[in-house]
Design a binder for this molecule. Structure first.
Ligand code: FHN
Length: 609
């Protein structure tokens, strides 16, 4: 059977290859491969990356990437929990960014006007005594979430070391607590088979050697390298290092030499891309932050974001909604990425009970649907407002997080579907008719609906299948009932630029109405009438809980007349909508039930393929 599958797969490849060549013959530029389409194999690194490799000492080359099997195992894990915790967790401020002090070699240095005064912030080490910290309880929580790895802040930008460091007195051993919490956490994770990665900020806003720009060599040799060596020799098997270099170039940290030292100490390490400038795409995976990455299956990637509040403890902020947490996991996996979801424990060492509850609920969902996440890869369908797909061996999983009702029609897959059912046990009717795959569910789809398609070939080599045409709203003109301020205008939402600085990055622009606006709406006028089958409405960002009952209706202007085509009782972060038919629309209008907590960063309409 395996051989048949193999030859069938080869036949598929040849057919799809011929069709590509046939098309390309008509349009030769299609054959040109770019590193940046996220789909072409093998992945082609940017020129600045490959040119840099030509210049470095050859001895470092074998260490610049993880072993392929380690990367594949990391991708199989799919879901990790991020923990931001240090001495500053005693006060509800943004870790490091909440310190009103120097930020050497950062663009905001000398411009900080708010926060806890530097000395007061640093002196929090003198009172740090997390007497309720329980490493076993933390790892039980991570295990109950269904997470397979943990990334723990060994040292954040403000320089406090959460382990017993001989290189610095600004560490956990110099606090009233005086015990090595890192040692306890690593041991508990190893006991459970949970993989352990250290988050480590190379920039160090406390360490004198770092401040002195003339002494990069001294800082690297006498501080950075020794601290990394400590983390990789004091705690047994470590699975990864998660650098946070704030965009600085790879030579700032003597990158090739550093990674060689690391992999000689722990050969199986997986390392992210922030030991160089992220755009050079060094490291083993890309790392979009506070947003879900694009559909990318030719290079590993991981989205990191907050479950609620901020990175470190910023007061007892609630987590995102359950639906948003499952959407986040499903959309990320469908696009080919891992999800790293952060919680910030308190200064006493407690994880917010509402975060614990949400993580456990994610674990319950994974106990039923985990086979559609763990060990899978993104595709073969490219996601759309309807949902997305993951694949493994002879199985395709359809994550129907969009509001499709009971029916969905997708472009057909070039292999036969032998069976179809939802992972929570309902029958699904599948009709493969020529170039369409049509499915009918027994009940309306919801965030939790995952359809399992068992097919008669290995899905690994299936070419990706697009499901949506180009967005029809990119050149739209946006107007609104009101704009909260010049920072939150309807036009800015269309531009999609990111100019708002938040905890170290710029987050996407968005629209909010004036708080007093009791009939808020936003309208997109299209340059010409367009076919519209789908729409995606993006609000807030993952990690913000919408507590308001925020309902909305969608209207389309068809033949000059407004028609209400959709309504929802509750806005989510990602609102994918599949209309009941194709509409020829010249404008789109979304009317909301309240202005409270209303913040929209995306309204994109598409026609179906
Ligand atoms: O500045 C940090 C921030 O505090 C947080 O640690 C995030 C996590 O990815 N990284 C930096 C911002 O990109």
């Amino acid at each position: 059977m395996k051989i048949t599958t193999y030859y069938l797969t080869c036949l598929l490849l040849v057919c799809s290859g011929f069709s590509l060549i046939a098309n390309a013959a008509a349009d030769h530029h299609l054959i040109k491969r770019t590193h940046d389409d996220g789909i072409s194999f093998p992945y082609v690194a940017p020129k600045k990356h490959s040119n840099y490799l030509k210049k470095i000492d050859r001895q470092y080359l074998p260490y610049m990437q993880a072993q392929p099997e380690m990367i594949s195992a990391w991708q199989d894990d799919r879901f990790g929990v991020f923990i931001h915790w240090d001495h500053s967790s005693q006060v509800p401020v943004s870790m490091s960014w909440g310190r009103k002090g120097a930020r050497p070699h950062h663009s905001t240095d000398g411009k900080v006007t708010k926060g806890v005064p530097e000395q007061e912030y640093n002196d929090l080490a003198k009172t740090f005594n997390p007497k309720n910290f329980d490493a076993s309880n933390w790892m039980d929580i991570i295990e109950s979430a269904g997470a397979k790895y943990v990334v723990f802040t060994a040292k954040h930008h403000a320089g406090f070391a959460m382990w017993d460091s001989k290189v610095s007195d600004f560490d956990i051993m110099s606090t009233p607590y005086g015990k090595d919490v890192t040692k306890e956490l690593v041991a508990e994770a190893q006991k459970r088979g949970i993989k352990f990665h250290f988050y480590y900020s190379q920039p160090d806003w406390y360490e004198e050697m770092y401040r002195d720009a003339k002494n990069k060599d001294k800082f690297n040799r006498e501080f950075l390298f020794p601290q990394i060596r400590e983390l990789l020799t004091q705690y047994g098997k470590i699975d990864g290092i998660w650098f946070d270099g704030l965009g600085k170039g790879i030579d700032t940290w003597y990158g090739p030499e550093l990674i060689t030292m690391m992999r000689k100490l722990q050969p199986h390490l997986v390392v992210n891309h922030r030991w160089g400038n992220p755009s050079w795409r060094f490291g083993d995976y890309d790392g979009p932050e506070r947003k879900i990455g694009r559909f990318q299956i030719n290079r590993p990637w991981e989205t990191c974001t907050i479950i609620g509040g901020g990175w470190g403890w910023m007061g007892d902020q609630p987590p995102m909604s359950y639906n948003d947490s499952i959407d986040l996991l499903s959309i990320t996996a469908s696009r080919g990425g891992n999800l790293l979801l952060n919680t910030g424990p308190t200064g006493l060492g407690e994880i917010n009970p509402t975060h614990v509850q949400r993580l456990k609920e994610m674990g319950q969902w994974l106990s039923i649907n985990g086979e559609s996440i763990y060990g899978t890869r993104g595709g073969p369908y490219i996601d759309g407002p309807w949902g997305g797909s993951t694949r493994k061996d002879n199985t395709i999983y359809l994550h129907l997080y969009g509001d499709i009702g009971k029916e969905l029609s997708l472009p057909n897959i070039p292999i036969k579907v032998n069976s179809a059912f939802t992972l929570n046990g309902n029958k699904v009717e599948i009709r493969q008719e020529y170039n369409r795959l049509n499915l009918s569910l027994a009940e309306n789809a919801s965030t939790e609906t995952v359809v399992k398609l068992e097919v008669n070939a290995d899905t690994t080599y299936l070419p990706v299948i697009a499901t949506i045409n180009e967005a029809v709203t990119l050149a739209a003109t946006a107007t609104s009932s009101s704009d909260k301020s010049s920072k939150f205008t309807a036009a800015k939402m269309i531009s999609g630029s990111a100019t708002n600085f938040s905890e170290g990055i710029n987050v996407r622009d968005s629209w909010s109405p004036e708080p007093t606006d009791n009939k808020p709406w936003i309208q997109l006028d299209l340059p010409t009438e367009q076919d519209v089958d789908y729409i995606n409405i993006g609000s807030q960002s993952y990690g913000k809980l919408i507590t308001e009952n925020l309902g909305f209706v969608v209207k389309l202007k068809v033949a000059g007349q407004w028609q209400q085509v959709y309504q929802s009782k509750q806005l989510k972060v990602t609102n994918g909508i599949v209309f009941d038919k194709t509409y020829q629309a010249s404008a789109i209008r979304v009317e909301f039930s309240s202005a409270k907590q209303l913040n929209i960063n995306e309204i994109i309409a598409y026609s179906a393929l």
